[in-house]
Design a binder for this molecule. Structure first.
Ligand code: NOJ
Ligand code: CA
Length: 539
């Protein structure tokens, strides 16, 4: 674990302690349970775990509403359990990324309680953003517009409105106050001192407010990030910052700064383009967005994902495309939330194992650090009957025992009970025992990926395939060059790639088999089944 740029070769696995494994039968996942599952994660071949918030919280936004930054929610264990988890993860060479949620706190946080009682204009009151009128900063978008109709809420105790970009129980901190800046720096150091390897910066686009702006991506926000990064660099080795900002690539690009802000940023616009490409069997949107996503500063990298714990927004595609694809992927009202699609990966791809495998082959070969959402590696589905985003966050499905191997008690969030995609039909034990399972396929992709630095660090060159349904590109790093060919369509594809003089040596490919071979002076011929994919080494 000596490499300063470990994040470039990493494969991240995202999980919620609460829904992964319960060790004491209270129905709530905990750190002890997670420790017991580290062998599973190591066998899968991921190299880094990203944990959703596990701090003290009234849990009105599943922990993104923090009431104490340096305490653990008692349901998940103790600080000693967290320390034991970090030690056990590191012993297995698994790195750990945790959440730094600094845009807002819970309204139960002592800072907010003190602020509302403190005199107007005092440093304590000014921990948050107050106004006498809800008309200020009217250009700022309301993010959860199906739940809130204003970014301001009246507080009768303070006799003023307070600002919040998310739910009204999540007041935004005021970064113009130097005491706030020092307080969040202290939180950052607290967790880095504990030994976490990276921090996901939640909602990082919205830190400052300025009249006449969208209040997103402001220069002040970038200055603050540079200040945090400088502090981190001065005190710690090999730690990384990961930006969560749902913004266009040009705005996202700014979160890398000149290599002096974040090491990684989630590529939100790519997710919408992947879904568009999958729906239409057309590579064009993927190529277009990646051509807008190049030239990152050294050591910086995209974080790529197919799905996460939130609804997926297609709004970056524009209103018409958004509406068209919403009808494809979320035809029923109950599949929609906060303007996006409240579904997991497997149901989005109609539970078609070929399509889900193909999506993983892309996730693991496009330029960036892949992030796998827990359960997607076994094709877990969602529940449409649960509130907010809980349907995407049901307990991990380990086996078909009562409690699904997740708990011996009554699960805090009900398990998925669909006969096929729920815990009885879809679980880790069954997947392990089935050679052709998605889990085994993903595991072997990860094994193959480890032998090639080009996947993590390589350049990207698209290869013309003459067929919009087939995406092909070469990833090259040092002497390693990997050719990727992916068929997005349900028809077989036979094509010639203009790579004269190259030979291709098979690394991995779809279960039903592929054929990549040299074709005299023309280049390589490729034959792919429906949704087929192939990775080969180019010589
Ligand atoms: C982004 C998180 O991913 C989401 O789950 C949360 O609701 C908002 N930030 C507010 O913290
Ligand atoms: Ca428990």
């Amino acid at each position: 674990m000596s490499d300063d740029t470990w994040h470039q070769d990493a494969v991240i696995y995202q999980l919620h302690v609460k829904t992964f494994c319960d060790s004491n039968g209270d129905g709530i996942g905990d750190f002890r349970g997670l420790i017991g599952k580290l062998d599973y994660l190591q066998r899968l071949g991921v190299t880094c775990l990203w944990l959703l918030p596990f701090y003290e919280s009234p849990l009105c936004d599943d922990g993104y509403d923090i009431s104490h930054y340096e305490r653990i929610h008692p349901d998940y264990g103790t600080m000693a359990d967290v320390e034991a988890f970090l030690q056990e993860a590191h012993r297995r060479e698994l790195r750990v990324i945790t959440e730094l949620v600094i845009n807002h706190t819970s309204d139960q946080h002592p800072w907010f309680q003190a602020a509302r009682h403190a005199p107007a204009g005092s440093a304590k009151r000014d921990f948050y953003v107050w106004s006498d009128t809800p008309a200020r900063y009217a250009e700022a978008r309301i993010i959860f517009s199906d739940a809130e109709d204003s970014n301001w809420t009246w507080d009768p105790v303070a006799g003023a409105y307070y600002w919040h970009r998310f739910f009204r129980h999540q007041p935004d901190l005021n970064f113009d106050n130097p005491h706030v800046r020092q307080a969040v720096l202290k939180v950052m150091r607290f967790w880095l001192d504990k030994g976490v390897d990276g921090l996901r910066l939640d909602a990082i686009a919205h830190l400052y407010e300025r009249d006449g702006t969208s209040c997103d991506n402001l220069p002040e926000t970038h200055a603050l990030l540079k200040w945090m990064r400088t502090d981190m660099n001065g005190r710690y080795d090999k730690r990384v910052l990961l930006a969560e900002a749902n913004q266009p690539p040009e705005e996202l690009r700014a979160y890398f700064g000149d290599g002096d802000e974040c090491h990684m940023a989630f590529h939100f616009p790519l997710v919408a383009r992947l879904l568009a490409a999958f729906a239409d069997a057309d590579r064009t949107p993927i190529v277009e967005i990646l051509e807008r996503s190049t030239n990152l500063p050294g050591g910086c990298q995209w974080a790529l994902f197919l799905r996460n714990h939130d609804d997926v927004s297609l709004s970056s595609l524009g209103a018409r495309e958004n509406d068209r694809l919403m009808a494809v992927y979320a035809p029923e009202e109950r599949m929609r939330l906060h303007g996006g699609i409240n579904r997991r990966l497997a149901p989005l791809l109609a539970h078609d194992p070929r399509r889900i495998e193909m999506a993983h082959a892309l996730l693991l070969s496009l330029p960036g650090t892949p992030v796998i959402y827990y359960g997607d590696e076994i094709g877990m589905s969602d529940r449409l009957d649960l509130a907010d985003r809980d349907g995407l966050r049901t307990p991990m499905q380990w086996n078909d025992s009562p409690g699904g191997g997740f708990t011996s008690g009554r699960p805090i969030i009900p398990l998925n009970d669909d006969p096929e995609w729920g815990v009885n039909g879809t679980n880790v034990a069954r997947a392990v025992a089935t050679p052709s399972s998605l889990l085994n396929r993903v595991t072997s992709m990860l094994t193959a990926r480890r032998g090639h630095t080009a996947f993590g660090r390589g350049s990207l060159t698209f290869v013309e395939t003459g067929d919009r349904a087939v995406l092909s590109f070469v990833r090259a790093h040092d002497n390693d060059a990997v050719l990727v060919v992916v068929n997005l369509s349900d028809r077989t594809a036979a094509l010639e790639l203009p790579l004269p003089g190259y030979a291709a040596c098979h690394i991995a490919g779809c279960a039903s088999g592929v054929d990549v071979r040299p074709a005299a002076e023309h280049g390589l011929t490729v034959a792919l089944p429906a949704y087929g994919w192939s990775w080969s080494r180019l010589r």
